[in-house]
Design a protein around this ligand. Structure first.
Ligand code: FAD
Length: 298
């Protein structure tokens, strides 16, 4: 399969990428790892007139500690880095736990954090994991009508970023530059799990959870989000709220898992019925909440 013809710009730095995106004569798309965009081109599901390649922009590939103890993941950080970077494992173990579930090693070596979030696929792991962690996205564009090189930046809660399947709050001239992951609080535990037909396939369903317990073992805060549980990567607020103020007993976890399954909106497709996906969501939610609570206790 061959993609439709397009112009190609290998951006040397962020300014060149932003200038290219802002230049209106050709419809332009950023190219990150290409693991979703290139198949879309080959299947003619997308036909941009120009691609601006972000792979040469060194500043987008960094993982940095933020002043508050969190992490800033540059948009071009590869999935593989999340698996192997000791700082990520120490600061945000949920990312290191979930990354190996994304596709296969070859794809993880190319695919990027920014590409996965910008692609807004409800079946992707990272959007759900980052939602559970309360991440924020950093977005930059060239100032419209301003001096060349002048930039406008905005940050958005990830929860406000996903607007529909494969549809986000990004404007065509905007670039996602980084994702800020807040520090984990004392007494917090996290977990991720999914079910796929084969290792490396997209998940039939997946669940990420975060639980914070006080010294008496009572849940003070919780977050749950789903992979393939709705038309967008989604936080399950009602289910998480059901845990707050109570000890995470087996009954409490079962009740939260049941609420999560009931309030989810999974689709039916050739791989699984809606009822089967709801069943998986219920089982996985109980499992990851239980693991997250155990980790919070220790
Ligand atoms: P690209 O493909 O380069 O871009 C994707 C989209 O995001 C494009 O529209 C592009 O213009 C836009 N974009 C990219 N970067 C930016 C940016 N910084 N700012 C603004 N827009 C941007 N993913 C999973 O989560 N789970 C899986 O199980 C899984 N399995 C896969 C199996 C196969 C066989 C393949 C080929 C891919 C699979 N993927 C899976 C997708 C993979 O994780 C991709 O890497 C990811 O979805 C997109 O990242 P990318 O860097 O490749 O982005």
């Amino acid at each position: 399969m061959k993609p439709p013809a397009f112009e190609y710009v290998a951006a040397a730095d962020l300014d060149e990428a932003l200038e290219t995106l802002a230049e209106p004569s050709l419809e332009t798309r950023p190219l990150a790892g290409g693991q979703s965009l290139v198949p879309m081109l080959n299947f003619r599901l997308a036909a941009p007139e120009r691609l601006v390649d972000l792979n040469g922009i060194e500043e987008l590939s960094r993982i940095e500690e933020t002043g508050d103890g969190g992490l800033r993941l540059g948009a071009m950080v590869r999935h593989r880095q999340l698996e192997s970077d000791p700082l990520v494992a120490r600061r945000v173990p949920l990312l290191a736990e979930a990354a190996p579930f994304i596709a296969h090693p070859q794809i993880r070596s190319r695919g990027t954090v920014g590409g996965s979030v910008a692609h807004a696929d409800p079946a992707a792991e990272l959007p759900a994991v980052l939602l559970t962690l309360g991440a924020r996205v950093r977005i930059v564009r060239r100032s419209r009508g301003g001096e060349p090189g002048s930039r406008v930046e905005r940050t958005l809660d990830l929860d406000d970023f996903f607007l529909g399947p494969f549809f986000s709050a990004l404007e065509p001239d905007e670039l996602l530059t980084a994702i800020d992951v807040p520090p984990s609080a004392p007494g917090e535990g996290t977990a991720f799990d999914e079910v796929a037909r084969r290792r490396g396939d997209y998940a039939l369903a997946g669940v990420a959870a975060r639980v914070r317990l006080n010294s008496g073992g009572v849940c003070e805060d919780a977050a749950i989000s789903l992979v393939n549980g709705g038309s967008t990567p989604c936080l399950m607020r009602e289910a998480a709220q059901a845990l707050v103020g109570a000890e995470p007993t087996l009954e409490a976890l079962e009740a939260a898992a049941a609420t999560c399954a009931e309030t989810s909106e999974p689709a039916a497709d050739m791989h699984a019925s809606e009822a089967y996906r709801r069943h998986l969501i219920r089982v996985l939610t109980k499992r990851v909440l239980s693991r997250a609570a155990d980790r919070a206790r220790t």
